[in-house]
Design a protein around this ligand. Sequence first.
Ligand code: PLP
Length: 432
Amino acid sequence: MPLISDRETAAAWDRTHSWHPFTQMRDWCDPSHQPLELVRGEGAYLFDATGRRYLDGNSSIWTNLHGHRHPALDAAVRDQLDRVAHTSYLGTAHPPGSFLARKLSQLWPEDRLPRVFFSDDGSTAIEVALKMAIQFWQLTGHPRRQLFLAFDGAYHGDTIGASSLGGVAAFHDRFARYHFPVQRLRSLADLRALPADVIKQAAAVVIEPLIQGAAGMLLWPSGMLAELRQWCDQTGTLLIADEVMTGFGRTGRMFACEHENVVPDLVALAKGLTGGYLPLAATLATAEIFDAFLGGHEEMRTFFHGHSYTANQLGCAVALASLDLFENGGALGQAQALAHTMTAALAPLAEHPLVHEIRQCGTIAGLELRQTSGEPFDWKLQTGRQVCLTARNHGLLTRAIRDTVVLMPPYCATAEDLALALSALTAALAEI
Ligand SMILES: *Cc1c(COP(=O)(O)O)cnc(C)c1O
């Protein structure tokens, strides 16, 4: 494969042809910028084209769980590849899809979320949940219920429906006139203060349970999720949990909702679903929602939604292998142990004059940087970004959300790996 092993050509063609996500491409294409090309992975580490090693400090944007090139996951992909890579889920079924659907629904108590709808990404899983909610209310005689309630700082993805819910102005405001109706909330108090006529129009509340990711790793007050569930029950509003970041052990439990014994009406899963191997997502639904869609063909109750790669067989196979690591490989215990290791490793940084606050939820940590005065840095300085770019030179790969540096390694990361992350961050903070 001469082309992909030719570094110079690859870098040149990246500059002339690729358009990277969330990236100012003028800076990226500047001749002085040498893009980091990752060519190989092993456990918690990634290697660039020159052979340099980096700790995957944000699990490749929150997706990887068990490390790169995990033997069981690699074998699952290879084994499936020897059968078939992809077949359509429109009008046909396949064993990896059937098994995965059952396993995912059984991860929730008492068969409360028995139905699984597959798609490709977190955004599409949310999109599906929103469309299911709207159609559910239409089918059950409440067509006025079409308003979504979402929180400040929320992030649910970048497709237009998902971005309607987004509460990060920089990402979403430009598209506001194309968004569908959303009532924004800061807190439960705002929710309780909603007038009765607004509540009557509410289709669903959408929340990132326990912790808001893209808002900067902000933790909700303990008990908030359970209270939100109660409010939804009292008002007959659907609860949509976005577990795209928090699912599969990230918070120390299989799902964040478990911490408060909450079962949502719809839940979106993606990122860690395949252990970070392949794009696959799922939207889980209650029997009540599913049943509303049943009827004669001519009644037009069908959920007319699907994607070409819905329930991709390779993705389902590797997701099953990842779930097996939870069932039989101690992955949840590993995540819990990592959370403790992270707390201990991060503690010394709390004393650092530029570290304003460390927020942690399980294996998810955010280090908020501020000036020594306690004032935030001018956002135009891109301090968080500079710190992360500098930390790369010390062997740590991660990204910041504005000035909150994210540390969220794969579950196989050890105390030594975290020590490396800490010394890289400390060095970067000294250099900027
Ligand atoms: C990443 C993320 C999404 C969007 O998922 P994509 O796979 O990037 O489309 C949605 N919600 C949350 C909470 C996320 O962290």
